[in-house]
Design a protein around this ligand. Structure first.
Ligand code: GAF
Length: 397
């Protein structure tokens, strides 16, 4: 796998933030923070079903600069939303506003206050290279970077564990963005380590890091540039369907279903047609992910690739969270030389695909997808290589 720059503390990003900060009349930053986006290698839509998931942080980041204020005010500017200053006053009674990017930060502030932390007023500037709507967790990165930076600037970085910070950010997403997500995205952007995949076991939120560095193989991210909206109901319907099915079966989560009895389980007369598909996806994806951990550990990329391809088919046919653009990309990539496997990644309904590709075939594959995708949909796909990066951090200016 190619070595890419770790852009966490890149000087040019800090300079960009300083300029943004002073142009907004905020003076000079006190502290910087950075949180990566994430890509999920496999284990899709099973974090809320007690599954094991296998994400990695990517080398695309949300960076912030922040300075505490003497009063209770918060002012936020972003390089990606010029002229759109978000403002609010620190309080436990904050409510989300219609379509405001400040909601994610409000959610984190409220979470910290409710956890007993004293959050001061602050000015902050944000810049991001994590594509919004790309299925790469730009919102989790925004939540995480504010959570970590606020804890650090107030000297409380050690007072909350990373997994608790991930849970706090997950709650911010639920309450302030309306997405009833699992824990994968927030955990990944906070807990990931460089050169490693995060193995997060969502039965009890325990986790381990699995080394994933091979100079011959690349993780290629292919952003379809079709935007998804997880808060529009499709995600919640599936999550609720899985939970209802678990209840019918009398289990806590679908992780408890014995895969060897799946056919029998699916005959349950109380299941709706949708539930049958949801349960089949969840149970088979849980098994695929466990198998993928083993295959990747053995550097058996052919096997890992097969599992990625099967995951895509299951998300397309059973879970029905793919879309024509992602199907096209996955199917095109799957047939190419040097590609072990390719699947949609993240919540779906648009966003990105991930391919496990031999390094020597990356350039050719990229050019092919760019050309064919443009020809078919009139859209420019955004394609980039990544390797597993480190998680969220903050450092004083
Ligand atoms: C979204 C959610 F935020 C995650 O919790 C996870 O469920 C994912 O979709 C699907 O695997 O990213």
């Amino acid at each position: 796998m190619k070595t890419l720059d770790n852009s966490l503390e890149q000087e040019d990003v800090q300079e960009e933030l300083k300029a943004l900060f002073s142009d907004a009349g905020f003076g000079t930053p006190e502290i910087f923070g950075a949180a990566p986006g994430r890509v999920n290698v496999i284990g899709e839509h099973i974090d809320y079903n007690g599954g094991l998931v296998l994400p990695a942080a990517i080398d695309r980041y949300v960076h912030i600069a922040l300075r505490r204020r003497e009063d209770n005010k918060v002012r936020l500017v972003s390089a990606q939303a010029p002229g759109n200053v978000a403002e609010f006053e620190i309080s436990e009674d904050l409510k989300p506003e219609e379509k405001s990017w400040g909601n994610y930060i409000k959610g984190v502030v409220v979470g910290l206050l409710k956890a007993g932390f004293d959050v001061p007023g602050f000015d902050a500037a944000v810049t991001s290279t994590v594509p919004v709507g790309g299925g790469l967790s730009s919102s989790a990165a925004l939540e995480a970077v504010f959570g970590k930076t606020l804890l650090t600037v107030t000297g409380k970085a050690e007072a909350m564990t990373d997994i608790d910070l991930a849970r706090l950010c997950q709650k911010a997403e639920h309450d302030f963005a309306g997405v009833p997500c699992g824990l994968m995205d927030q955990a990944a952007v906070i807990l990931c380590e460089e050169g490693k995949l995060l193995m997060l076991d969502c039965v009890d939120d325990s986790f381990q890091h699995a080394s994933f560095e091979d100079p011959d193989w690349s993780l290629l991210i292919i952003n379809s540039c079709v935007s998804h909206e997880l808060s529009d109901g499709g995600y919640a319907v599936r999550r609720d369907g899985c939970h209802a099915a678990a209840k019918i079966l009398g289990v806590e989560t679908l992780r408890e279903v014995d895969p060897s009895k799946l056919d029998e389980v699916l005959q349950n007369p109380e299941f709706t047609e949708d539930m049958v598909r949801y349960v089949r996806h969840a149970v088979t994806e849980i098994v695929r992910t466990l198998d993928a951990v083993e295959a990747l550990g053995n550097r058996d990329y052919a096997k890992a690739g097969e599992l990625l391809n099967a995951s895509h088919a299951s998300l397309r046919d059973d879970y029905r969270v793919s879309c024509p653009e992602l199907d096209f990309i996955a199917e095109l990539a799957q047939g190419q030389e040097g590609v072990a496997g390719c699947r949609m990644t993240g919540g779906g309904f648009g966003g990105s695909a991930i391919a496990l590709v031999r390094g020597e075939n990356v350039a050719e594959l990229t050019a092919l997808i760019e050309e064919k995708y443009q020809e078919k949909f009139g859209i420019e796909a955004k394609i980039f290589e990544t390797r597993p990066m480190g998680g969220t951090r903050a450092w004083f200016a």
